[in-house]
Design a protein around this ligand. Structure first.
Ligand code: FE
Length: 336
């Protein structure tokens, strides 16, 4: 009798374990991330600690991840795509890889201009693309706007990153949205005429050129400035916030969307909401010296020390919609 009961007990125990293993398996979110491991793992760990939901992730560059999502189609294991730049997020939505998410939490935590009007992607951290100048060669009063860098007074004094990177494509796309194509073309043509050197491979190189006096001013995302200044605080570099009496600084985002064929949508939305919350916003932004999107949260003190600025309130969807137009425009004026 006792043996029979024991067998039943063991059977019940087995059933329970199988059930609990299955239910934990369901409680897992798979993320494809173009942000590197060190920029995502801390908040995924915090999320798992709070909810018990596991996060599995694969990191790669955005092109590879989009191609993977496209190839896998309905069979993709991915629930969420994390990538930088609205241009990339927009491209994912355009390729029908993401699905619209209605969430009052996301709508509350993320300002409207930093998320897709169709709710397919959401900005999670702000990257400001601003001017950095050589403090020995330029007085801040000489600077004013992105547009002003086209003025002949900057001849042979400007360095720019290559137009191949989405960052400058998004910037130019947003300028087209603001000024129209003809006026933007004049501005970008002016930039090219003022270049001190051929366009450079990345933002860090552009900053190093400015610091070395090979040019006087450049246009970069602030976290590259932060990284360089942390290494060498004595570099003769400073940030200038342009367009403050106009439309504001060009901002972009790192962000995420839920994949069209996500099988764990509920848990994935929970993760997305968590990433926009007070608990995760500093983790998301601070690791890369970016700004939280959630206006309730302050940036890291080092980042705050660069001063406050007005940001351009135009919706970032324009960076995607006008990307091709921007690329063609840059090509026309010889911006390589
Ligand atoms: Fe970057």
């Amino acid at each position: 009798m006792f043996k029979l009961n024991m067998n039943r007990f063991i059977l019940a125990l087995l059933c329970f374990f199988t059930w609990s293993v299955q239910s934990t398996q369901a409680q897992e979110v798979v993320v494809y991330s173009a942000r590197i491991e060190q920029l995502i793992k801390p908040m995924f760990d915090a999320f798992t600690k709070e909810t018990g939901i596991k996060v599995k992730y694969t990191t790669d560059n955005e092109g590879a991840l989009l191609a993977k999502l496209e190839a896998e189609g309905k069979n993709t294991p991915a629930d969420m795509l994390v990538t930088s730049d609205a241009g990339n997020l927009w491209a994912a939505a355009q390729a029908e890889l993401l699905k619209p998410i209605k969430s009052s939490v996301l709508a509350h935590n993320i300002p409207a201009h930093l998320r897709d009007p169709q709710n397919q992607w959401f900005g999670l951290s702000i990257r400001a693309r601003t001017l950095v100048y050589n403090t020995k060669k330029v007085k801040p009063e000489e600077l004013s706007s992105y547009e002003n860098l086209a003025d002949p007074k900057w001849k042979n004094r400007l360095c720019l990153r290559s137009s191949k990177k989405v960052y400058n494509q998004s910037l130019v796309a947003m300028m087209i949205a603001e000024h129209g194509e003809a006026r933007t073309e004049e501005i970008v043509k002016g930039w090219v005429a003022n270049l001190a050197t051929d366009p450079l491979s990345d933002d860090t190189k552009a900053l190093e050129y400015v610091a070395a006096g090979k040019c006087d001013v450049t246009l970069v995302n602030t976290y590259y400035f932060g990284r360089l200044m942390k290494k060498d605080p004595n570099l003769p570099l400073a940030i200038f916030w342009p367009n403050q009496d106009k439309n504001g600084v060009h901002v972009n985002v790192s962000g995420a969307g839920i994949t069209r064929y996500s099988r764990n949508e509920q848990a994935a939305v929970k993760l997305l909401e968590f990433l926009s919350s007070e608990k995760a916003q500093n983790l998301f932004a601070d690791v890369n010296m970016e700004y939280p999107v959630n206006p309730a949260i302050d940036a890291d003190p080092f980042v705050e020390s660069w001063g406050e600025f007005k940001q351009n309130p135009m919706n970032l969807v324009k960076a995607g919609e006008l990307q091709t137009t921007a690329v063609k425009l840059m090509d026309r004026v010889g911006y390589r």
